[in-house]
Design a protein around this ligand. Structure first.
Ligand code: NAI
Length: 264
């Protein structure tokens, strides 16, 4: 079916790889690129949801879409993925490092293992993606774009998301460093910083040292304060495509991402 939507055919012929594509913002982003005519590689550690995203991407308008089951924190698995994608589908034109996990809890109640888990996925997953696919883009010499999903938590301090916020602050900085390094080669790098978005991440986030229900209520209340009920992942996906088209560096999405002072 023909590409539709605001960016119809804007990404025709391009290869777009999205991690964490099985759910939420990643799935919406895969769909938006599919609608814009891109060939899509949907990567998720959950095989079924990645397969579903690929299947739906084809229905929406992607000329081709594949699912790859990979844990982004697994260096060897990511190396294999990069080799396979280059060999079978081609060099990625747009990479969206979106896979991430949540963790709520006070700093002092967060165990070393919890810190490691969050940094492994949210930070190392992005590092692996940037290194491996960024290298392929640079070697090909035809430009490209990398979008990393950071968060408003990257620059808004929080009493209840210390590990998560720290991982996202690192993603924001690495994105800006890589952007500076690759600018001369026509490769753009963007960091997307959404505020509260309605996805599974809050329901699947682990809670440590805090009452989960109370924490969820608190986050909802904070979101309500900013008038953010029901901010859909599709709007974040739109911001991702816009960031690529306009080559934007840092993109706050939602009101508290633009104006807030405390995440939670
Ligand atoms: P989600 O939980 O709906 O989707 C995350 C997807 O990533 C899931 O399909 C999950 O299976 C996958 N995933 C998790 N760990 C993985 C791993 N190690 N390897 C491969 N896949 C993995 O969450 P959502 O909200 O769509 O999150 C996407 C990104 O957006 C995350 O990086 C998150 O931190 C970020 N974000 C989300 C916000 C929100 O309020 N929902 C706000 C700001 C940023």
């Amino acid at each position: 079916s023909a590409a539709t939507g605001p960016y119809a055919d804007r990404f025709g012929g391009q290869l777009v790889l999205v991690t964490g594509a099985g759910s939420g913002i990643g799935r919406a982003t895969a769909f938006a690129f599919a609608e814009a005519g891109a060939r899509v590689v949907a990567v998720d550690r959950d095989a079924e949801s990645a397969a579903r995203t690929a299947e739906l991407s084809r229905l929406i308008g992607a000329p081709q879409a594949w699912a790859e089951t990979v844990d982004v924190s697994d260096e060897q698995a990511m190396e294999k993925l990069a080799e396979k994608v280059a060999a079978e589908y081609g060099v990625v034109d747009v990479l969206v490092n979106n896979a991430g996990i949540g963790l709520s809890g006070s700093f002092l109640d967060t165990t070393a293992e919890d810190w490691r888990n969050v940094l492994d996925v949210n930070l190392w997953g992005v590092i692996h993606g940037c290194r491996l696919f960024g290298k392929q883009m640079a070697e090909r010499g035809q430009g490209g774009h990398i979008v990393n999903t950071a968060s408003a938590a990257a620059y808004l301090p929080s009493r209840t998301l210390p590990a998560y916020s720290t991982s996202k602050a690192a993603v924001l900085m690495l994105s800006e460093c890589l952007r500076a390094e690759l600018a001369g080669q026509g490769i753009g790098v963007s960091a997307i910083c959404p505020g509260f978005i309605n996805t599974n991440i809050t329901s699947t986030a682990r809670f440590t040292g805090v009452d989960a229900d109370e924490e969820k209520r608190r986050q909802k209340k904070s979101a309500r304060l900013y008038g953010l009920r029901n901010y859909p992942p599709e709007k974040v996906a739109e911001a991702v495509l816009r960031a690529v088209v306009r080559n934007q560096a840092v993109v706050p999405v939602t009101a508290e991402a633009r104006g807030g002072r405390l995440m939670s």
